[in-house]
Design a protein around this ligand. Sequence first.
Ligand code: PEP
Length: 260
Amino acid sequence: MHHIQHRTLIVGNWKMHLNVAQSSLLVHRLNQRIKAHRDVEVVLAPSLLALQPLSREIDRRKFRLASQNAYHKDEGAFTGEVSYTMLRGLIHYSIVSHSERRLYFNETLEVVRDKVTACVRNGIAPIVCVGETQEERRQGETKQVLHDQVTSALANLTADEVAGIVIAYEPVWAISTFGGEIAKPDDVAVALAYIREQVAGLYGDHVAASVRILYGGSVDENSVRGYLDVKGCDGALVGSASLNYHRFSSIVEKAHVLHS
Ligand code: PEP
């Protein structure tokens, strides 16, 4: 299938690690090591608390920010929540439906759809995480799971809106903290092609060619190139290795292939 070449997207998901001071220090270290590359876009997803201070500290030529989550309503009596409306202007992207949110916080297909809708309504590009668990894989349900997760997450969006989002294929069994089995690039290729096919079936070839699809699951400085070389892979979502400035800057360096 035809596929538009984008800048390679490298996203660091810091999860529930690092307070504000520690987050600033990591950005400072990354800034010393990472150069601005025309062919790589680097996105950092710190805790919600660190987004505001980091938005003032980052070099915008090198880094963009993402939230790891937010609430789907724009405002109201929802004690303890932060909305995408509040994050507007602070972040370019938001990770939605990470497997930890699906599994630990019971995010259903409907919740995910509402969050994706809220992101787009607020001018934020969702990074929609999809992927099968070990059990689903064993049962041969991978395609069904990917189909259901992709179809429902995008259900409220127009074709134009879908063209601007990001989908991350994250097989749960390959995430370091869930099992950390190493996915083979050939298997990743099959899943990415299947996801792009789903988007083509629903929104047409043009949209499918534009939508960016990432791989995530135990990506590190040694494995990243193998995944980025998979046909149709537009980047990587990185968990553990994104907390280490040597490893994350090395991942960015390996993603950079255009030498000008
Ligand atoms: C993740 O949780 O999104 C992830 C990819 O984690 P890790 O890189 O640690 O497997």
